[in-house]
Design a protein around this ligand. Structure first.
Ligand code: FES
Ligand SMILES: [Fe+2]
Length: 322
C-alpha cells in the first residue's frame, strides 16, 4: 500500500465509547475516542504485548487490561499503577487517523490532503455508509465490484438480467500509473430493480480502481451523475477482505432520501450475493490457476496495481454486450 494515502477502516457510528481493534497493513490497531478527538495506536501493550483494545478508556487514556498501564492519545505511557518511583519512558506507536463523511481513515504516513470519498463534494447529497467482510482476496473482491459481466447472473433481476436482450456497449479503458478506469457507453437501460429505481436511462457507467484497494462505480444519467459507490477494501488476514463503502447520490434527481431507504436493503442483498460467489471462488479455487476470459478487461491491471507494477498511461477500446 502507498504510505501517503488514507484508507477507510471503520464506520464512524461503529466506534462508540469502547476501543475498537482494526487490522490495517498487517497490524492490529486500536482506535479510541477522547476529548480531543480520535487516536489510533498499535494495539499492543509494550509490557506483555496484550491487546490494548481489550482494555478500557479512562479519562482520555487507554488502560491495558493486564496490569493497568495507561497510555495517552499520543501513545505515551502516563501511569503504571503501584509504581512509586519515576515512570520509565515508553510509548506505543501512533498512526495518522481522520474521521470524515461517516468513516474513519488510517494512514501509515502523513497524507498531505483529506481523502476524496465520493466525486460529489460540495453538492446536496445523500450518503450511506456500509461495511462488509468476505472470504476472498483483495484482487478478487475488487474485480467483483467492477465486473459488469457477473451482474446478469449473480444479481439476476437486481442489477441486470431481467431482460434477455443485451446491448452492445463500448468500453474505454484508460490507465494511469496506479489506477485504471473503464467507461461504458451505449447501454441505454440496465434491466434490473436497482436501475429502475434510479429512473432508467443511463448515459454511461464508470468503474475505477485506484491504489490501493479503492474500487469506485459511477452511474450517469442525462442530467449528470445519479449514483456513486466507493469501496475501500483491505486484506485483513489470509482469507478475509473487509470493506467500508459509500453510496452517494444527489438529493434531487439521484437516489434522494426515500430512494436511499429502498436502495440500501437492495444493496445489502447484492453484497450478500457477491459474498456467496466470492467465498465459493476462494474455497474451491485454492492453489488453482484462473483463466482470464475475453471480458475480464480489468483483471490484469488490478493485479499489477496491487503488485506495485506501474501501468503504462494509455487508452484502449473494447466492445461487449451487456
Ligand atoms: S501487559 Fe499491559 S500492563 Fe502489563
Ligand atoms: Fe456484484
Amino acid at each position: 500500500m502507498t504510505k501517503d494515502l488514507w484508507h477507510a477502516v471503520a464506520r464512524s457510528r461503529d466506534l462508540k465509547r469502547k476501543p475498537m481493534r482494526v487490522m490495517f497493513e498487517g497490524k492490529g490497531i486500536v482506535l479510541f475516542r477522547h476529548a480531543d478527538g480520535l487516536s489510533a495506536l498499535h494495539d499492543q501493550c509494550p509490557h506483555r504485548l496484550v491487546e490494548l483494545s481489550k482494555g478500557r478508556i479512562v479519562q482520555d487514556t487507554i488502560e491495558c487490561p493486564y496490569h493497568g498501564w495507561r497510555f495517552d492519545p499520543e501513545g505515551v505511557c502516563i501511569d503504571i499503577p503501584g509504581c512509586v518511583t519515576t515512570l520509565p519512558r515508553c510509548r506505543v506507536p501512533r498512526y495518522s487517523v481522520l474521521e470524515q463523511d461517516g468513516g474513519i481513515f488510517l494512514s501509515m504516513g502523513k497524507p498531505p490532503a483529506a481523502p476524496k470519498v465520493h466525486p460529489m463534494a460540495g453538492q446536496d447529497i445523500v450518503s450511506r455508509v456500509v461495511k462488509s467482510a468476505t472470504r476472498s482476496t483483495l484482487v478478487d473482491a475488487a474485480e467483483n465490484i467492477l465486473d459488469a459481466t457477473h451482474t446478469h447472473f449473480t444479481h439476476k433481476g437486481l442489477l441486470r438480467g431481467l431482460s434477455k436482450s443485451r446491448n452492445r456497449v463500448n468500453v474505454q479503458i484508460t490507465t494511469g500509473v496506479d489506477w485504471v478506469e473503464a467507461v461504458y457507453t451505449g447501454e441505454e437501460k440496465q434491466h434490473g430493480l436497482i436501475s429502475t429505481l434510479l429512473d432508467g436511462s443511463s448515459t454511461k457507467g464508470v468503474g475505477r480502481y485506484r491504489r490501493s484497494g479503492i474500487a469506485e462505480l459511477e452511474y450517469w444519467g442525462p442530467k449528470g451523475m445519479v449514483l456513486a459507490t466507493t469501496f475501500h477494501l483491505r486484506q485483513t488476514d489470509d482469507e478475509t477482505v473487509e470493506g467500508i463503502g459509500w453510496l452517494t447520490g444527489p438529493r434531487h434527481g439521484g437516489i434522494g432520501h426515500l430512494k436511499a431507504l429502498a436502495f440500501k436493503p437492495m444493496f445489502r442483498i447484492a453484497l450478500e450475493q457477491d459474498r456467496r460467489v466470492l467465498r465459493s471462488a476462494f474455497d474451491n479455487g485454492r492453489g488453482a490457476t484462473r483463466m482470464i476470459g475475453p471480458l475480464d478487461i480489468l483483471r490484469r491491471q488490478i493485479e499489477m496495481i496491487e503488485a506495485g507494477i506501474p501501468l503504462p498511461e494509455e487508452t484502449r477500446h473494447y466492445e461487449m454486450a451487456l
